[in-house]
Design a protein around this ligand. Structure first.
Ligand code: SF4
Length: 97
């Protein structure tokens, strides 16, 4: 893996090639509002970026980011730390339990 030459200089990244960054747009995308407070946010000369995701907006498009450290249920689990099976949950609801 090559090291980033754009916003995360020095970090190894699968999108980096000898011809430059191959990620959509040629660079990582900055964090979005929902990322504020997350432990994965890194500040660089060119702004704030996510350490693990090149496109934070995409992580929030379909709900909460599954890597977020600052939101409850940010890891796709419910408050008990257990995954919810939506099918079983809707059956339970239908039975009135
Ligand atoms: S892990 Fe998710 S919430 Fe945290 S900075 Fe990255 S994209 Fe944003």
């Amino acid at each position: 893996m090559l090291e980033c030459m754009t916003v995360k200089k020095g970090m190894k990244c699968p999108f980096m090639t000898v011809k430059g960054c191959k990620f959509n747009g040629g660079t990582c995308h900055p964090i979005v509002e929902q990322c504020e407070g997350c432990a994965h946010v890194m500040e660089t000369e060119s702004g704030k970026y996510c350490r693990i995701c090149p496109d934070p907006a995409a992580k929030w498009r379909l709900g909460k980011c599954n890597f977020a450290t600052h939101v409850k249920n940010g890891n796709g689990k419910n408050g008990n730390g257990k995954r919810i099976n939506p099918l079983k949950a809707s059956k339970r609801k239908a039975k009135g339990k």
